[in-house]
Ligand binder design. Structure first.
Ligand code: FE
Ligand code: CA
Length: 532
């Protein structure tokens, strides 16, 4: 997939036809305020230059993966009047991107032009480099006579900068049919440095009986269908506002492809066909997100590490692509399930992150010199099982289904005496604050890390009775509420990592207001959560 580099080499990366002479002409064209691609070249490549009959920027703009010197900018041309066929028939377009130092767009910093076409669903990814650390920038896109909304983004602080504070909006699980995105509206208006979205950005499945609004299309299986689903979500004004207001870090969970898939396996599908479906879903995901790397064949490298001055290292993990098949699968059930006494759970060869990512994380955690190690990943690390006379009952799709892998991860933290590790998760549609031990809930095993899990933006959560049972059987879990939709504000200083759980009763209505549900804290140097 084409990802273009920023600065002047933008054009060179875009097309092998462009030469130095064209770069100079492009720079001149920018100075004149004209479109940067020379007309002859435009004709040569069949670039569309007709005026738009309908706004192509209906999916908004986004930025992500902030580095001290760079940022990824995203948009996709998708007029509301397009159906799949019209979009595929649209010729290649030249899209100019502009980055400014000020909200009024008076001080240009960088600009460039990229070509996009139907092959990439007319999506645009620009990796802008050579920027100043720790500062906001504003950006927009121009295509023909159409101008996009303005987005605000920011770069990360310099790696050695003494940073006083980092504020993260932690979010996940936004089933379109199960509620509105009031939480995103609040995030958009909040003073945060970055939005960390940990999965279930789209949902493939529908349940029209409980729907507040409808997907209106069948469960996606093809590239065209996944594109359509992503576009539907991106058309939501509140979601667009959260993207336009902040830079994002993203990882996925299962619903970006299909409920509870594991690696290359989905019990309902023949393996080869499932890998094709997954590849289509991954490609559509890339085409709709501000991430730098596109798919390579059927894979997409999503896990990454980001530094926030000397205050924090942030990891974004991929808990889906490389995981082992579910423990003790039942051929009649095509998703995770609750098991008791499942022998597979003791199999040390099973992995949730894949061996390579697991080793990469362990190495990163043990070598990090920054105060906080904040690990964004898609689900709940602490146990949620239930003790029964027949043994412990656990849900096989979560970390409880991969207990050996969890033990390796946490044992690594303990052995290397890594301090100030906070896992940040989602997926389970409840706000959770928990202590992490190598052996869950075993007071003989010391608390060595902490966990905050955000509830869903809109997806339905568990009952109060289910939460009571969860906490009864899992004393490490200090807070669990599944009745509210919302997000979590993670406010990090050198002294503490505070977590404010924001919520509104289910379902989240269009005009819902959120309120503080609870506040927890982790104090620097002391693992475990305390009421804040
Ligand atoms: Fe979910
Ligand atoms: Ca999930």
């Amino acid at each position: 997939m084409s990802v273009t580099q920023g600065r002047a080499d933008n054009l060179a990366m875009t097309s092998p036809l462009l030469r130095r002479r064209d770069l100079n002409r492009a720079a001149l064209a920018w100075a004149l305020g004209a479109l940067a691609l020379p007309r002859a070249l435009r004709a040569q490549q069949g670039v569309a230059s007709t005026p738009w009959s309908s706004d192509p920027f209906t999916l908004g703009v986004a930025s992500g993966q902030p580095r001290p010197d760079g940022i990824v900018l995203w948009t996709r041309l998708a007029p509301a009047t397009d159906d799949g066929a019209a979009s595929m028939a649209r010729p290649a377009c030249a899209v100019r991107w502009e980055l400014y130092a000020d909200a009024a767009l008076r001080v240009p910093v960088r600009q460039g032009e990229v070509l996009t076409d139907a092959q990439q669903a007319h999506s645009v990814h620009v990796v802008v480099q050579g920027l100043q650390p720790a500062r906001p920038y504003w950006y927009r896109f121009v295509c023909g006579d159409a101008v996009s909304p303005v987005g605000r983004t920011r770069t990360a602080p310099a790696p050695d900068a003494d940073v006083a504070r980092l504020r993260i909006a932690l979010a996940s699980c936004q089933h379109y049919e199960q509620g509105f995105y009031a939480a995103h509206r609040e995030i958009a208006a909040s003073d945060v440095d970055v939005v960390m979205f940990v999965g279930d950005y789209i949902y493939e499945g529908s349940n029209p009986q409980t729907a507040l609004r409808l997907h209106g299309t069948p469960t996606p299986q093809t590239l065209a269908q996944y594109r359509e689903r992503h576009a539907l979500y991106k058309r939501d004004a509140d979601l667009q506002a959260a993207h336009a207001a902040h830079t994002w870090l993203l990882t996925w969970d299962d619903h970006e492809v299909v409920n509870d898939y594991a690696g290359q396996f989905d019990p309902a599908w023949d393996n080869e066909r499932f890998v094709q479906r997954r590849a289509a879903a991954y490609r559509a995901y890339f085409e709709h997100q501000p991430i730098a790397l596109g798919p390579q064949g059927a894979s997409l490298r999503l896990h990454d590490r980001f530094a926030w001055g000397t205050l924090a290292d942030l990891w974004m993990l991929d808990g889906r692509q490389y995981r082992s098949q579910h423990a003790c699968p039942d051929p009649r059930i095509d998703h995770g399930r609750i098991v008791t006494g499942c022998a597979d759970l003791a199999d040390a060869s099973r992995t949730l992150l894949g061996r390579e990512q697991e080793a990469w994380l362990a190495q990163g955690l043990t070598s990090s010199a920054r105060r906080w190690k904040l690990v964004g990943q898609s689900t709940q690390v602490s146990s949620t099982g239930t003790d029964t006379p027949e043994g412990r009952r656990v849900w096989t799709d979560g970390w409880d289904g991969y207990p050996q892998a969890r033990e390796r991860m946490l044992q690594g933290v303990r052995d290397a005496r890594v301090r100030d590790v906070v896992m940040l998760g989602g997926d389970v549609h409840r706000h959770v604050a928990a202590d992490l031990r190598v052996q869950p809930n075993d007071t003989a095993s010391p608390v060595i890390a902490s966990e905050f899990v955000t509830t869903s933006i809109s997806s339905r959560g568990g009952s109060a009775a289910a939460m009571r049972q969860l906490m009864q059987h899992n004393p490490d879990v200090k807070h669990a509420r599944g009745d509210e939709r919302g997000w979590a504000l993670i406010d990090v200083t050198s002294a503490s990592a505070l977590c404010e759980f924001r919520g509104t009763p289910h379902p989240a209505l269009a005009d819902a207001q959120l309120a503080r549900q609870a506040v927890f804290a982790v104090e620097a140097g002391r693992a475990g959560v305390v009421t804040g």
